[in-house]
Design a protein around this ligand. Structure first.
Ligand code: TYD
Ligand code: MG
Length: 457
């Protein structure tokens, strides 16, 4: 028996309630519950006729490799794990104006030109606007099927009859279905529309790309359940003041999640940056104090970045600690270890830390570079020219060797860096590797402080 049951969904967190209430129990938001008509089956479902249920199978067996649709934009394909998988749903999130529509229009047009049938539905821009953007991207000739629509009903009807290889929806927040009373962009609407579209993808084998905006605190607007529903979530990020954009995979059922794709926004849309290792170093001045070059890993690729620190006397009772591009908790920890283990005091001083180029570093391996930049500013001594620094600082003040040390050093070597300050374990494998690099063994934060104190950095 099918019975219609009304439920109440919170617009800000997506929690489902049986009754209306003025305040959501889950997130504490006031007046956020909206009514949603959901279909529920009650009572027992009929047992299958043969009564056998499901069949189990082993882990071994022949499985064909996943088919992939490659767009030809290598940076995009790589982040997807080698191309878009047919029948999968992909969510591309990012701040407004960062270039999501541009990226997906370029990818869709490339796929269309390679002979796939691609539908691009924009709920934010008119067909004319999309056309003029395509002209600017020099892709106006791509056989893309365009539409400007926000209502899910007609969209589903059209794509169910056409069954294209790829459907791009720009954006998820503009969609609405008349099955719900809630306004477009609300959690209930976004969730219902995303559910319908992912079901369509699974059923028909068409790939669906949903573009979603991100809220101020960096989450895709709408409930987290949308992230659970889709097969892959990619974030498009970057600093609008810089022309570089980074596509980062945060979830992928069909590939790795630690890959990044680097793009440069220019006159003709997004251009790929196939070798980004030196990109974020541009303009890095040698011999300035408070600067250290960090050799980090972004996915499988090493990327060199400049970490800058400035320490200034503070007129404030509670001095400022401002961080850009790094977790502020990480900076606090490095400063605490310097204070407690090495006697370097930051009391009464403002501390500013910046990662140049708009990159965000999340690796603990950056700890040593942060410490080196801070010490360089405290002692007003530059690090030796062409030096890379990396290592994870433990609370005891010891420095741990990090993964992929040789790959990092090789990349640094390639870019002309001849010195390295790193922690090396007892096994000599790193020192034996053929590298044109002088390694200053830094297994304890105390070593580094001593070198600054004795002017022998
Ligand atoms: P857009 O893709 O509309 O962003 P989103 O969909 O994420 O909101 O990108 C908008 C920005 O990109 C806009 O500020 C202009 C810039 N842009 C270029 O610099 N060059 C170009 O060729 C295009 C198409 C856009
Ligand atoms: Mg857009």
């Amino acid at each position: 028996m099918v019975k219609l049951v009304n439920t109440f969904v919170c617009n800000s967190c997506g929690a489902i309630h049986g009754k209306w209430a003025g305040r959501c129990d889950a997130c504490g938001g006031w007046n956020t519950l909206v009514e949603e008509i959901a279909e529920h089956t009650t009572g027992r479902t009929k047992p299958r006729k043969n009564g056998r249920g499901i069949e189990f199978t082993g882990l071994q067996g022949d499985t064909a490799p996943l088919p992939r649709m490659t767009t030809g934009i290598c940076e995009f394909d790589r982040v997807c794990g080698g191309g878009i998988v047919p029948g999968s749903a992909l969510l591309v999130g990012g701040d407004p104006g960062i270039g999501k529509s541009t990226l997906m229009l370029q990818a869709a047009a490339k796929l269309a030109m390679s002979g796939k049938s691609v539908v691009y539905i924009s709920g934010e821009e008119s067909v004319d606007q999309v056309r003029s953007r395509a002209k600017r991207l020099k892709m106006a000739k791509a056989p893309l099927q365009l539409a400007s629509e926000t209502s899910l009903g007609p969209i589903m009807e059209a794509i169910k009859s056409q069954r294209p290889d790829l459907v791009v929806i720009d954006s998820m927040q503009t969609l609405w279905t008349d099955a719900l009373a809630a306004a477009p962009g609300t959690v209930a609407q976004v969730r219902a529309c995303a559910q319908e579209l992912t079901r369509f993808a699974k059923k028909t084998g068409s790939a669906v790309v949903l573009i979603g905006h991100v809220t101020k605190d960096g989450q895709i607007a709408g409930p987290r359940v949308v992230e659970h529903m889709v097969d892959a979530v990619l974030y498009f990020e970057g600093d609008r003041a810089h022309q570089f954009r980074i596509l980062r995979g945060v979830k992928n059922r069909f590939g790795p999640t630690d890959e990044i794709g680097v793009f440069e926004m220019g006159e003709q849309g997004l251009a790929e940056v196939p070798n980004p290792s030196s990109l974020f170093l541009d303009g890095c001045a040698n011999g300035t104090t408070g600067s250290a070059v960090f050799a980090g890993m972004e996915g499988t690729r090493p990327v060199l970045t400049e970490v800058q620190a400035l320490i200034a006397p503070s007129p404030l009772g509670t001095p400022r600690r401002a961080v850009v591009g790094l977790d502020s908790g990480r900076l606090a920890m490095v400063m605490a270890v310097l204070e407690a283990r090495c006697g370097i005091s930051f009391a009464g001083k403002d501390v500013y830390l910046n990662v140049a180029g708009g990159l965000k570093i999340s690796e603990p391996a950056a700890d040593l570079a942060v410490a080196a930049a801070l010490l360089s500013s405290v002692f007003d001594q530059p690090l030796p020219p062409k030096t890379v620094v990396f290592g994870e600082i433990a609370l005891s003040g010891t420095i741990r060797q990090v993964s992929r040390t040789i790959a990092r050093l090789k990349e640094a070597n390639k870019l002309g860096f001849k010195n390295a300050m790193i922690a090396t374990s007892e096994d000599k494998s790193i020192l034996d590797t053929q590298l044109d690099c002088t390694i200053a063994k830094t297994n304890n934060l105390g070593n580094l402080v001593d070198r600054f104190e004795t002017n022998k950095v």
